[in-house]
Design a protein around this ligand. Structure first.
Ligand SMILES: NC(=O)c1ccc[n+]([C@@H]2O[C@H](COP(=O)([O-])OP(=O)(O)OC[C@H]3O[C@@H](n4cnc5c(N)ncnc54)[C@H](O)[C@@H]3O)[C@@H](O)[C@H]2O)c1
Length: 385
């Protein structure tokens, strides 16, 4: 067993999700690297210390530069807000560290290109935490599509809906609400939520080549938590776009933080000539599959038993599930990060880099930038993919 010495940037939501993955990796996956929780970095020293003692990190830093310079760190994990990804990743790559970065990879394509180039020039393993690829049901959808069971694809339909920013008195900016501050987040739902939908869509259905988008900011001004002043809101509260895929299918994408009752409603459906798949993150252990014609007595027929199947994705034949419990027992949100980490580490060990790496995640960044440009200019935009 080799040590994999981790420097975790950020002790927030993702700091917790990733730390859990590092701690459980060798319990569930047959890897030859054991993560060692060396140091966590956050801006508030007391909170960082509390986090370190809770999760078992050896020390804390409050300046990310100290962590990327530390000789006893092999892997820098970026779980900080979006405006910090670029600078930290460049410095980490320059120092020869492996880099795992949260999504969206960057604030824009220019930053993302530099980041992809930096990790490639340094020759360091890298990954972006698009963890939804590691939901077993979504990985099963990928398998079903790759097996040719959907046939020629016609429609891709994605939604990612939440409802937590409807109140006009929710401030923007600061520790808890940086997602509402465009200078820190880069965009609103486009980079935060649709980046996930776009990554999943292109993984399942290939490149998005052209799109047209409309965004809306429903609450135009909010108090800024840091300055205390009422300031214009620069993020998109909602975004919808139409897309053309390279394979000839068409797609719709919808995201908002104003869908009352929807907490993390991340769904997609792909309709093809021979079948369809549907997934809903609020029922993550199920993949729904419609097969137009099924094998009966050696022939493919559409008959009285044709219909949607709701597959409980918990069998050992299903992606990732042979690592966990017995059929019929579920895994959770946190396991998507554990599965992603396992793929990353096993990829290093096998010499086959896990996806999405920075180069692959740059494609999603291109689509996000094209969405924002289209919304700004009211025009169809080519993504360059
Ligand atoms: N993969 C996913 O599903 C998923 C889910 C949530 C968030 N994210 C992404 O993860 C990143 C972090 O989001 P979060 O929800 O964990 O945020 P958070 O607000 O919960 O935590 C952010 C952390 O970053 C630290 N931080 C901020 N600026 C810093 C700086 N300059 N130097 C050092 N530390 C700094 C804060 O102290 C805090 O610990 C974002 O890029 C976000 O888009 C991804």
């Amino acid at each position: 067993m080799k040590d994999l010495r981790v420097g975790m940037m950020g002790y927030g939501f993702m700091g917790r999700a990733h730390s859990n993955a590092y701690k459980r990796l060798t319990d569930f996956f047959p890897v030859q690297h054991k993560p060692i929780l060396k140091a966590v970095c956050g801006r508030n020293a007391d909170k960082a210390r509390q986090f370190a003692s809770n999760w078992g990190y050896e020390r804390v830093e409050t300046d990310w530069r100290k962590l990327v310079d530390a000789p006893d760190i092999d892997l820098i994990d970026i779980g900080t807000p979006n405006d910090t990804h670029h600078e930290i990743a460049l410095a980490a790559a320059r120092n020869g560290k492996m880099v795992c970065c949260e999504k969206p990879l960057a604030m824009n394509v220019r930053e993302a290109e530099e980041m992809a180039r930096a990790v490639e020039d340094a020759g360091v393993p890298n990954m972006v935490w698009f963890n939804y690829r590691r939901v077993p049901s979504i990985a099963l959808a990928k398998q079903v599509i790759d097996e040719g069971r959907i046939g020629r694809p016609f429609h891709y339909r994605a939604t990612y809906l939440q409802d937590w920013t409807i109140a006009a008195d929710v401030p923007q900016g600061g520790a808890g609400l940086w997602r509402l501050d465009v200078d820190v987040a880069g965009s609103g739902v486009t980079g935060d939520l649709l980046a996930h939908s776009i990554d999943t869509a292109m993984w399942l259905n290939g490149p998005i080549t052209r799109l047209v988008a409309k965004t809306e900011t429903f609450v135009k001004e909010r108090i800024h938590a840091v300055t205390g002043k009422v300031q214009p809101v620069g993020i998109d509260d909602a975004c919808m776009f139409l897309a053309e895929f390279e394979n000839g299918s068409m797609g719709t994408f919808e995201s908002t933080r104003y869908a009352r009752g929807r907490k993390n409603y991340n769904t997609f459906e792909l309709n093809g000539a021979d079948g369809s798949v549907f997934f809903d993150l609020e029922e993550p252990e199920y993949l729904q599959f419609f097969e137009y014609k099924q094998q009966q007595s050696g022939k493919k027929v559409e008959g009285h038993l044709t219909g949607w199947r709701k597959i409980h994705v918990t069998n050992s034949e299903h992606p990732y599930m042979n690592r966990y419990w017995v059929p019929g027992t579920c895994i959770g949100y946190e396991h998507t990060f554990l599965n992603a980490l396992a793929d990353f580490v096993m990829g290093i060990e096998a010499g086959k880099p896990a996806q999405p790496d920075f180069r692959e995640a740059l494609k999603t960044q291109r689509v996000c930038d094209a969405v924002l440009e289209s919304a700004r200019t009211n025009q169809w935009i080519r993504t360059g993919l």
